[in-house]
Write a protein of this length. Sequence first.
Length: 188
Amino acid sequence: MTIPFKKDPVEFNQSLLYPTNIFELFPADHECYIYEDIFKQIDTSGIEKKYSVLGQHAYHPRLNIGILIYAYSHGIFSSRQIMKRCQEDFGFIFISHLNCPDYRILSDFRKDHHDFFKECFQQSVLLAREAGMASLGHVSLDGSKFKANTSKHKAMSYARLKEQEKELTEEIEALLKKADQCDNADNL
């Protein structure tokens, strides 16, 4: 008597006549979709002007930023490990749009555009807050007041908001230093 194991839904080694989109296999609420929406909103126009039309085509800055921020949010700081994840991890493959930038490209981008990357990192955190992904506190864009389901004890004053922004900037600096240390350790 044979044991009734589940059968594979398809012959695993057989090629498909019409290949499926592998990202349709993701659950509809997978975090990579939310990250992708956030990265689409990041303003990269300032740095795009610095690229030349001559020579080999570069990866779009938004792609590099997206890969790096997605990796950092998952605790991966080594550019070599990020490159490996872009080859193996479907979330990273989706964020990288099926591209796999070399670790040198990722590391050099972060080092060459340090201030711009830090600014984009802050933009992404603010956008994540608005999307409800980050629980770093309350975000005020202007002086408008809206009714909200919140506690008056958790609302932030302007001074507290500035203090929170400073803490966020320090955390981002620490993450970038950690990424530098990981890359330097990998290069030894």
